[in-house]
Write a protein that binds this ligand. Structure first.
Ligand code: GAL
Length: 458
């Protein structure tokens, strides 16, 4: 009888479904940990009374603007870009260059203690090495006028615009040009630092570089990842150099930069790809700059002057962006939002809760925080009142939790030229009629005036 053939058993190999189960367990564990480590906080605003808020007496209320957005009649990298791209031309803007006294009266009406504005480099140094005495004098008069009104000026040295001659040399793309900007900064600082204590070197290095060199929405309108990272690094480096130079002239002045903190959250919180995208964007937009200011290195390069180059950090906070690997290539889209969130006219959601995460991110820099910008585009002023109240309430909560926030600047005093979006977006506490240049206080403006008034009586 034939003996049955006994097949030797295979050494126990794992079946495909075993692998799959393992992978599934690891995936779920990763997602659960990420969700626990990075919760996306949302509050039930229906049970919150935003009018319950308290502020220390020393807290400073302000509004912010930028030269190219309000002055009118400029000739700089933006005006050149406006003529060759399909965005609106800034033209006369709010004609603030001629109406500044009237506009400073508006600051007084609001009752603000501080005003953040920028100097227009292209007015002061229209050609390399040529200084415009009249422009220097007018800014000097403006500073004097603010001081007379008891309003503390905070000056921004670079708020997206610069002279065309600087752009023609490739601006901040070429690190050899940094010295040209430093020279200009020293010149204006020497002239005004006897009256201006608070200085903001650069506005939003990440927005400036990403919008100009990757999204093609700002001048020079390029798309190159390499140039984007180079410009971001050079601008941060320029900030570090200017910080130390200006401190040598006058160590008493407080110098910082304005950081836009946009929070990138995964669109689907169970999707690892969405988490990966949001982590990558968070690093490029926020992490790289915060790290540079903390450690003095950026994208592999050492920048020792940048480390600790801050007396305060400016926080510009607007929203969070829900991300997936399918990223918009321009910002002319409606970004996704959570179902309960309200969309602003800019096409991104109102997310006041995010202010807490933004503050926590920047306080790792261990310097006081000035909220140098916060506001919303809202043509009909239907959302701005609640947008303002929620954000101010968040500030009050954060102060009570012990976070070191010194000021809040609303963006903006009045409607103005909103960069790539032109005049279509209205951010003002005052409505501006661009035909007549008449400014009219909006309901949200009077709410802000009441907030300031009420806080000073606490
Ligand atoms: C900021 C910028 C401001 C203003 C604001 C509103 O990024 O610094 O100049 O445009 O956005 O969108």
């Amino acid at each position: 009888m034939k003996r049955p053939y006994l097949k030797p058993r295979e050494p126990s190999g794992m079946e495909w479904w075993t692998y799959l189960s393992f992978a599934a367990v690891i995936y779920v564990a990763t997602i659960v940990s990420l969700r626990m480590l990075y919760p996306e906080k949302h509050l039930d605003w229906s049970i919150i009374d935003e009018t319950q808020r308290t502020f220390p007496e020393s807290f400073q209320w302000g509004v912010a603007t930028a030269s190219h957005q309000i002055e009118g009649g400029n000739s700089n990298n933006w005006t050149e870009f406006e003529t060759r791209s399909n965005i609106e031309e800034s033209g006369d803007a709010c004609d603030h260059w001629n109406r500044w006294q009237e506009d400073f009266q508006l600051l007084e009406e609001l009752g603000v203690a501080t005003y953040r504005f920028s100097l227009e480099w292209s007015r002061i140094e229209p050609e390399k090495g040529q200084w415009n005495a009249e422009a220097l004098q007018q800014y000097s008069d403006m500073i004097d006028d603010l001081c007379r009104r008891g309003i503390r000026p905070m000056i921004t040295l670079h708020h997206f615009s610069h002279p065309q001659w600087f752009e023609q040399r490739e601006g901040f793309l070429d690190k050899d040009n940094i010295g040209l900007w430093v020279h200009y900064c020293e010149k204006v600082f020497e002239r005004y630092c006897d009256r201006v204590t608070d200085w903001c070197t650069v506005n939003e290095p990440e927005v400036f570089s990403i919008m100009g060199y990757f999204m093609k929405m700002f001048p020079p309108g390029k798309r190159s990842l390499r140039s984007t990272l180079t410009v971001m690094r050079n601008v941060v480096q320029a900030h570090g150099i200017v910080y130390h130079r200006l401190k040598q002239h006058n160590p008493v002045c407080r110098i910082g930069l304005a950081k836009n903190v946009t929070l990138f959250d995964p669109l689907k919180r169970w999707n690892l790809l969405h988490w990966t995208t949001s982590a990558a964007l968070n690093f490029v937009w926020n992490g790289a700059i915060v790290r540079a200011l903390k450690k003095g290195t950026m994208f592999g390069k050492k920048m020792p002057l940048v480390r600790g180059s801050l007396d305060f950090i400016g926080l510009n906070y607007y929203t969070h962006v829900l991300t997936s690997p399918f990223l918009p290539q321009t910002n002319e889209v409606n970004f996704p939002k959570r179902s309960h969130e309200t969309m602003t006219d800019f096409g991104y959601p109102m997310y006041a809760e995010g202010l807490e995460r933004a503050v926590k991110m920047l306080e790792t820099l261990e310097v006081p925080i000035e909220i140098t910008e916060n506001g919303t585009a809202d043509q009909h002023d239907t959302l701005r009142p609640i947008h303002l109240q929620r954000h101010v309430w968040m500030v009050s909560e954060l102060l009570q939790q012990g976070h070191d926030i010194r000021s809040y600047y609303h963006w903006s005093l009045m409607d103005n030229f909103e960069w790539a979006e032109g005049y279509s977006l209205r951010f003002g506490l005052y409505h501006v009629d661009y035909q007549t240049q008449v400014r009219t206080l909006r309901q949200s403006g009077s709410i802000y005036r009441d907030i300031i008034n009420e806080a000073s009586q606490d």
